[in-house]
Design a protein around this ligand. Sequence first.
Ligand SMILES: C[S@@+](CC[C@H](N)C(=O)[O-])C[C@H]1O[C@@H](n2cnc3c(N)ncnc32)[C@H](O)[C@@H]1O
Length: 350
Amino acid sequence: MEKTQREEKWNEEEQAEVDIWKYIFGFTEMAVVKCAIDLGIADAIESHGSPMTLYELSSTLGCAPSPLYRIMRFLMHRGIFKGKLARQGSPGYAQTPLSRRLMKHGEHSMAALILLESSPVMLTPWLSLSARVLADGTSSFEVAHGEDIWSYSASNPAHGQLINEAMACDARVIVPAMIHGCPEVFDGLSSLVDVGGGNGKTLKVLVKAFPWLRGINFDQPHVVSVAGVISGVENVGGDISSDYEIDLYELQWVLHDWGDNECIQILKKCREAVLKNKGKVIIVDAVIEEAEKDKLTDVKLALDMAMMAHTNKGKERTLKEWGFVLGEAGFSRYTVKTIHAVQSVIEAFP
Ligand SMILES: C[S@@+](CC[C@H](N)C(=O)[O-])C[C@H]1O[C@@H](n2cnc3c(N)ncnc32)[C@H](O)[C@@H]1O
């Protein structure tokens, strides 16, 4: 028994010797994936239409074969690209579902989100996370940039555009999942406000799928001022209010940016607005399941850390925590459905 415990301790020590290196070079994966996006590796292989040899790839990208070989070795080792024979029978590089997410455009592209998160503006606040923990309430983003993320984006349009593009690439994935996974949510409704709807990409897809819906894309004035014209969608800039008489309020990736008190205030306004029409509110956000030790929970907990680094009081919530804010805002009941890897739809009824 004693020997087994000693062996176990020794195994843990050995494992720790290896595992610690994951953290020493934790940033490498993001940096190499960003490098692949900047070089356009996935785009080049996709346009080639078949696996590419190192020399074909390096001449297409206009770079030396040797550093490219090392980048590709790293990416292949992690299963981002795979090895497959090229046309002439020489070893080549081929796409995988994961590498297609590194393409700059296309329905699966998540490049904009990676470019946002790997931008110096978003990376710097991570370095003062401990200050945020020690002085609870002092946002790491504010420590790094002197203002919160939304004011910063208003005064730095290039960063605002990075955020909008990143959100739009994510919405391209979530919204079809919602249309496919819970179309009944939109039954019998005539109007919907997308609170914090960014450049209106979510509503564009929703009003196309449910053409009887009138959409109002609601966001900060500087955000909607650059949102394009979308048929069936009105852009409104300002503060969230209950002045509308509307059937449905949608909050997608919005409430996790705010602390409980702000969330309750936002939800109260939405509840008042939908109450008159016997409507409802839908929240598209993550729901943390603390008991689960799976990859999805890893992602949700990483998102929670991102909220800590980038927002003032934002956080990812467990089901119990969602129940708390909804209850405090006066909602009588709610249902939860997982629609995609990390997003759930919470349908809340006044
Ligand atoms: C994380 S983004 C989500 C965008 C979009 N819902 C999506 O999922 O693609 C949060 C959005 O909230 C908006 N926002 C932040 N503060 C706001 C406020 N006071 N009033 C309205 N919108 C706000 C931001 O401009 C941003 O577009």
